[in-house]
Design a binder for this molecule. Structure first.
Ligand code: SF4
Length: 685
């Protein structure tokens, strides 16, 4: 069996070196730590101490502060001393961009320093200059020269270091050779790590952040594969999605990127970055890591797999089998196309959103009301609606009731499916609905004559394996047997799904088995999140469904939650948008702000969102500072970037087209700019 060095089919945490952060440490057998970052100016001691105190009271385990200059670095002493006097021992991290002097000073007062390989002793002017081998080498030697003193001082003070690469802020040298790609991000980090190891310094960890969730996931995987092969130790990882934004969208994006990697056993500390009060980041972070830290509490050391022990024992082997998709670049799984009512499922078609009605068919009138509301009946322009709804049916009487109410839905009736557990009911339903989902469990037999009756009527049928206690690979084995039989009979119109709390692993097994058997039926990604809090529901759905879409798996998304219908559909659209497989509204890429921000970022982001959230498919960056903003907003079409006190610069792609305009005029100017590029449409009335 071929092995992949990351656990793709079961939870196994990657065993890393333990790295100190003053009074705590992370990696190894330590819990996954939750970090946040202040938004105050680091020269403002009082405000910074106050925000650190609020973060500490919220439970934050690591606090990062921006350090733009040597002067700010010097002021860290006063912040640290006040916090320690107040009994707050939370480790502090100095966030450094560009300034080696600031880094060298900050080391004296913090427990960890974060440097960005894209701008630490590297040039970054977005030039397209080609580097010859010699020019590349000379600049790398310059980096080494400037980096070694920082390493020496970090060793002297017992301070650890994060090599924090960001997509969009790579050096010109790296971009010239590797492009703005996960490969470039990984190489940028490895260059610095090699220097650390050459100097005998091993207190390091890595991060590979991006605002594009797919790029972020791929970059971390690539880093683990390359770094664990080449470097002397498996170093810990700090996980985060940059510029995730605010509200549900920000939480979903972060949960998807961070959660996808946590599911694969990667990550030793996380930051959920939101364009909100940083205190709000902390409970989201703890909700995200809870499942994995709890698992460790139960399983102890068995939850961890040292990197050099991937081959034994046997149960561990299957966790590390090759994934059935490309883990380093996005490619959608190839499937056949199947018509479902007014839509097509599979192939290149956008994934469809489906939800399940809470009311059973027995409830007649109330069910009709619910279906109308879920489908936004009579509102053809509604953006948030279930495109298909499935109704659970459990008796012949309910089949009849469903039949009588469907006519009331007119042209919407072909968006209604039914779900049955009793196979005998399936046949009767095929006459009245367009799609029937058959829920099957381990050990259940599918009668031969059911296949025959489906075949004769050309019905669209979905087989959903309800996964309860069986091993996580069982759904794949059962569904592959059914699918192979249907393929032999020449049946075209079939969908498959798994209803599992471990959806990521169960679908990976399913895709692997389908690939081996040459089956190209489309998949409905299903996830049931019942009896959970609101935040926990967002997180679980984002991880279990979003991870799969990021890996190119899934042709339809079916959620079942305790949310009202439109909110549930909204969650599904947000997941598809965050995975960038279906853009149903404007994509906002907004940073959380920090001490480099000189305007009210949260308020401005809210104003821009309220004016521009109808611009479907457009990507708008809202960034706190001109130092890092233009790079970090990555692939935004337009950018609103703070450029010092009271000033804002506007960008089209990476080009600054208006600089330093007064803040009070900037939103209107942005609207004009979008209009002048023909990308504006008036909002629906
Ligand atoms: S882009 Fe935002 S978070 Fe990043 S350094 Fe600038 S203001 Fe701070």
């Amino acid at each position: 069996m071929q092995h992949f060095p990351i656990a793709m089919y079961h939870y196994r945490r990657r065993m890393t070196r333990e790295v100190g952060f003053g009074p705590i440490s992370l990696g190894g057998y330590r819990p996954i730590r939750v970090e946040s970052m202040t938004t105050t100016h680091t020269m403002d001691t009082k405000a910074s101490v106050e925000q650190c105190r609020r973060l500490y009271e919220a439970g934050c385990e690591i606090i990062r502060l921006t350090v733009p200059t040597e002067k700010d670095a010097g002021n860290l002493r006063f912040i640290r001393d006040q916090l320690r006097r107040d009994g707050i021992t939370t480790p502090l991290v100095a966030d450094i961009h560009f300034s080696q002097k600031a880094a060298l000073k900050a080391v004296e007062f913090v427990e960890n320093v974060r440097i960005n390989p894209g701008n630490y002793a590297n040039t970054r002017k977005f030039s397209n200059e080609d580097y010859s081998d010699e020019a590349f080498r000379v600049e790398y030697e310059k980096v080494r020269e400037e980096f070694v003193p920082l390493i020496a001082k970090a060793k002297e003070y017992g301070v650890s270091m994060r090599i924090g690469t960001n997509h969009g802020s790579l050096s010109d040298r790296i971009v010239s050779r590797y492009g703005n790609t996960p490969d470039g991000m990984v190489e940028a980090a490895l260059e610095f790590a090699r220097i650390c190891e050459d100097e005998g310094y091993h207190d390091i960890l890595f991060s590979m952040k991006s605002s594009n969730v797919r790029v972020m996931i791929q970059a971390y995987r690539l880093l683990v594969v390359k770094a664990d092969t080449e470097l002397r130790h498996a170093y810990p990882l700090h996980l985060g999605v940059t510029e995730a934004g605010d509200g549900d969208e920000g939480r979903i994006k972060s949960a998807m990127g961070i959660g996808a990697l946590l599911e694969e056993g990667l990550g030793d500390t996380i930051r959920v970055s939101l364009t909100e009060d940083p205190v709000n980041e902390v409970p989201v972070g703890f909700a995200l890591v809870k499942k994995y830290n709890d698992y460790w509490k139960v399983k102890g050391e068995k939850a961890h797999v040292p990197v050099n022990e991937l081959i034994e024992p046997k149960s561990v082997q299957s966790s590390f089998a090759m994934p059935p998709f490309d883990p380093f670049s996005y490619r959608r799984r190839r499937t056949r196309v199947i018509a479902a009512g007014p839509d097509n499922i599979g192939g290149e078609n956008l994934p469809i959103v489906e939800t399940t009605a809470g009311k059973h068919a027995e409830s007649g009138e109330t069910l009709l009301e619910e279906l109308r509301s879920r489908l936004a009946f009579g509102s053809p322009d509604a953006v948030v609606r279930s495109e298909h709804v499935t109704v659970p049916v459990s008796s012949p009487g309910e089949v009849e009731t469903l039949g009588t109410i469907l006519d009331e839905l007119g042209e919407y009736r072909n968006r209604i499916g039914a779900a049955v557990q009793d196979l005998a009911l399936a046949g009767g339903l095929l006459d009245i609905v367009d799609r029937v989902r058959v829920d099957i469990k381990e050990g259940e037999m599918i009668e031969k004559n059911l296949f025959d009756s489906l075949h004769d009527r050309g019905a669209l049928i979905e087989f959903c394996f309800v996964h309860e206690n069986a091993s996580v690979n069982v759904p794949a084995e059962v569904l592959t047997k059914i699918a192979s039989k249907l393929k032999d009979r020449g049946m075209q119109r079939v969908l498959f799904s798994v209803d599992s709390s471990a959806a990521v692993y169960a679908y990976r097994y399913l895709v692997g088995n389908f690939n081996d058997a040459g089956l190209d039926y489309p998949l409905v990604i299903r996830y049931r999140a019942r009896n959970m809090g609101r935040l926990e529901t967002l997180i679980a759905c984002a991880i279990q469904c979003g991870t799969l879409f990021c890996d190119g798996i899934g042709d339809m998304l079916g959620l079942e939650t305790d949310f009202p219908g439109s909110e549930e559909a909204g969650l599904a659209f947000n997941i598809l948008q965050a995975a960038r497989v279906r853009m149903s509204k404007t994509e906002f890429i907004s940073c959380p702000g920090c001490g480099r921000t000189y305007f009210d970022l949260e308020k401005t982001a809210a104003v821009i969102k309220s004016r521009m959230s109808h611009l479907k498919g457009l990507k708008i960056g809202i960034m706190g500072c001109i130092v890092n903003g233009p790079g970090e907003m990555a692939d935004a079409d337009f950018g609103y970037v703070g450029s010092g006190k009271g000033g804002v610069s506007l960008y089209v792609g990476k080009a600054c087209v208006e600089s330093n305009i007064p803040e009070k005029d900037a939103v209107e100017k942005l609207v004009e700019l979008i209009k002048s590029h023909g990308r504006w449409v008036d909002p629906p009335q």
